[in-house]
Design a binder for this molecule. Structure first.
Ligand code: URA
Length: 244
């Protein structure tokens, strides 16, 4: 088994967004850092960064944040952007402020439009991010689309055909599956992640998407008890569901 890495306390906490190394030294002097219940007074001390560290270390009386490798499941509300630097409300604003200063930083796994809601993952694990968005993995994304006009009845066959060409593109879309819920609502499962894909697919079918909500990513569903703007950390077995 690989040996757990070690790190200076100040370097670790600083990379987790708690503050600069000198701020960590001051915090430790004030008794604000403990490990297994004992004060850590020397922040240059090296500790072994084991997965149980968040349960053993406290910062200002609070459990240490999750270590690198976290995966956050967010129910993205409408009106927020999946970007680090655009003007206006950002999905990152929903998370604890210091998480913006973490290194490696958190990124969304793919993006949802500002006016799309639902299942959004964020992680600081670059390998996982690439595995989920890689076209080779064919991870299915399922969206609930509410439409301006009743479905014609031909959309399912059209989307399954693998022959839909979106405006301005030169490669047809991979086949996707449509499940009709009502005359103006359907679940669409796609394996690609092209720009505004679902809205453009319904536009290609002569309709218009009024509301769009992502419900599933692979075998992972957005839980009913996670309201808009709420988030929680995913367990490893839940992350595995993405590829199930
Ligand atoms: N397709 C879209 O059109 N928008 C999204 O946010 C996701 C998929």
């Amino acid at each position: 088994m690989a040996k757990a890495p070690t790190s200076r306390v100040d370097k670790l906490l600083s990379s987790m967004g708690y503050g600069s190394r000198s701020e960590m030294a001051r915090l430790a002097k004030a008794g604000g850092i403990t490990l297994d219940g004992a004060d850590v007074s020397d922040v240059s001390q090296r500790i072994t960064v084991t997965p149980d560290l968040p349960g053993r270390m406290q910062i200002d009386g609070q459990a240490l944040d999750p270590l690198v490798g976290m995966v956050i499941l967010l129910n993205k509300p409408l009106g927020m952007t999946c970007s680090h630097k655009e003007a206006g409300p950002l999905v990152y604003d929903l998370l604890p402020a210091r998480w913006r200063r973490r290194d490696p930083g958190l990124s969304t796994i793919g993006r949802l439009d500002k006016e799309t809601s639902g299942l959004l993952l964020l992680t600081d694990d670059g390998d996982l991010l690439h595995r989920v968005i890689s076209p080779k993995r064919h991870v299915t994304k399922t969206y609930r689309a509410t439409l301006a006009r009743p479905l014609a009845g031909t959309e399912g066959a059209l989307f399954a055909s693998g022959q839909v060409m979106l405006d301005g593109e030169d490669k047809p879309l991979a086949p996707s599956a449509l499940e009709v819920i009502t005359s103006t609502q359907a679940l669409l499962s796609v394996t690609e992640g092209r720009y505004h894909q679902v809205r453009r697919m319904f536009a290609a079918a002569g309709n218009h998407v009024e509301q769009l909500h992502r419900e599933r990513l692979g075998g992972l569903s957005l839980p009913d008890d996670l309201g808009p703007g709420q988030w929680r950390l995913l367990r490893e077995d839940e992350v595995a569901l993405i590829f199930a």
